[in-house]
Design a protein around this ligand. Structure first.
Ligand code: MRU
Length: 354
């Protein structure tokens, strides 16, 4: 079965699959300007680090497409204003900054051109960001599948699938590629409280692509690892720092420590746009805190008392010492991460410089 597309970009309008309604309902919202996109990102209608970056690039295009600009400076000023607003929506995933930066750099590089020609170049750059993400995921899948053996039982957390990217997925892309190689795989899907990316989104994708899986609640992972029922853990990432520390969905760190204790390989799959060499270690990654109501309610229903306060860090940081390898479209990277992560960028310009 074909993947359900998380976005559709047509005639400078962005249709976004409302992921808050999955798996019950497949329904798209239409965004015609960047303010609507910002709202959709904040409300988690779409999510996933690479997808947020792609959508931000399209939001910038939407805004400048039909506006008239007197000169380069006014165009740049407008784009910068939109960028600053977009960047604030979700602070942890660096792919957002990376995509915005790619668009801004493209404008700066083409400063001398006519405005209409700059606009055309930006449209093609945003489309490239979208297209490349899918190609990168296929490569991540190809490299990562070599790490998987027949009959492996793989634990994954959150959703790092087609719904979090331009398609195919990163962590889920590896699982798909292994299945395409005819390996018999069983996936253990962590439900991923509180937004339930695992239960609602990853399980949905696995049903669509017909990969056997079990849903488990987050607190069951240790049980299955200790029983020897998990062979590998694969997760996605929202930001990877220069020393190889990884920010990903809250609960990832717990899994990494459990995997380490139980001698289970712990892999991180992400495009190189997730690597932020400007930040030395995970301690400096900004962690998004979301509204306590998202913890206090399940499916809109209160699960605690009105008087109880809740905390909701949306991501945590896994120190690189727990990570067996990072799988990117450029290949498999292992420790020492501080050297090997930098080495995958052939040119300095490919790194995120903000
Ligand atoms: O809050 P979310 O759903 O945007 O968090 C998503 C994750 O943590 C994913 O694992 C990560 O973005 C990688 S998606 C390919």
């Amino acid at each position: 079965m074909k993947d359900i597309a998380p976005i559709e970009w047509k005639n400078f309008t962005l249709k976004i699959l409302d992921q808050t309604l999955l798996p019950e309902k497949i329904s798209y919202i239409t965004c015609k300007n960047y303010k609507e996109v910002i709202k959709a990102i904040k409300d988690m209608k779409l999510r996933g680090a690479p997808l947020i970056g792609i959508v931000a690039a399209f939001a910038m295009i939407m805004e400048i497409k039909n506006k008239n600009f007197k000169n380069y400076d006014s165009l740049y000023k407008e784009l910068k204003k939109i960028s600053d607003e977009l960047i604030k929506t979700r602070p942890t995933a660096v792919n957002l900054k990376w995509a915005i930066n790619r668009i801004l750099k493209n404008v700066e590089k083409n400063k001398e051109r006519r405005i209409s020609s700059i606009k055309e170049l930006l449209i093609s750059e945003a489309n490239k960001i979208y297209k490349e993400d899918l190609e990168n995921n296929k490569l991540i899948g190809k490299y990562g599948a070599d790490l998987i053996r027949d009959k492996d039982r793989i634990l994954t957390h959150c959703n790092a699938g087609a719904l979090a990217t331009a398609g195919y997925g990163t962590a889920l892309g590896i699982i798909r590629a292994a299945v395409e190689q005819k390996k018999n795989i069983t996936v253990y899907v962590d439900e991923t409280r509180p937004y339930l990316q695992g239960a609602r989104l990853t399980a949905f994708e696995l049903v669509q692509i017909k990969i056997p899986h079990f849903l488990i609640t987050d607190n069951m992972a240790g049980y299955f690892m200790r029983k020897g029922e998990i062979d590998i853990v694969i997760v996605g990432a929202d930001r990877i720092t220069a020393n190889g520390d990884v920010a990903n969905k809250i609960g990832t760190y717990t899994l990494a420590v459990l995997a380490h204790t139980n001698n289970i390989p712990f892999y991180v799959a992400a495009p190189s746009s997730t690597i932020d060499l400007n930040i030395k270690s995970g301690d400096d990654i900004p962690i998004e805190f979301r509204d306590e109501d998202e913890v206090k309610k399940i499916a809109g229903k209160n699960i605690t008392t009105n008087k109880t306060k809740a905390l909701y860090p949306a991501f945590d940081v896994t120190p690189s010492k727990y990570i067996s390898a990072i799988i990117t479209e450029k290949g498999i990277i292992r420790a020492p991460y501080d050297v090997n992560l930098e080495n995958i960028f052939a040119k300095k310009e490919e790194m995120i410089i903000l």
